[in-house]
Design a protein around this ligand. Structure first.
Ligand code: FES
Length: 128
């Protein structure tokens, strides 16, 4: 998708130097979501230790805002308990980024949604 929107410096930093990009091969939980607005895809991998997010990585076919917001989201939830992490909303992420252009708010959904799915996946695996 063309990127002719104005991003602030924090967003640009997280887009050009995204934190926690990659894949965790032996992840405890994996969550993938698609964005119905644009068709982009996000996957988040988590490792859990003592009910906390010990490690988190993401891979995406997404736009600059999706990359920046997921980079920020992974930093925000690292070390948090699962209960704290699943409370993360797209508004929390956008605020921490110093705001996103209105047309790009939907992109920040991917991070929170994929994280929730990864936590759900971890809990389902644990039940078995
Ligand atoms: Fe698809 Fe941003 S345009 S996630």
């Amino acid at each position: 998708m063309a990127e002719n929107v104005d991003y602030n410096e924090i967003v640009k930093d997280h887009f050009f130097n995204p934190r926690n990009v990659g894949e965790i091969k032996d992840a405890d939980g994996v969550g993938t979501v698609g964005n119905p607005t644009c068709g982009d895809i996000m996957t988040i991998y988590i490792k859990i230790k003592d009910n906390k997010i010990d490690e988190i990585k993401f891979k995406t076919f997404g736009c600059a805002a999706a990359i920046a917001s997921t980079s920020m989201a992974t930093e925000m939830v690292k070390g948090k308990t699962l209960e704290e992490a699943e409370k993360l909303t797209r508004a929390d992420v956008a605020n921490e980024l110093g705001g996103l252009p209105a047309v790009k708010m939907h992109c920040s959904n991917l991070a929170a949604d994929a994280l929730k799915k990864a936590i759900e996946d971890y809990r389902n695996k644990k039940k078995k």
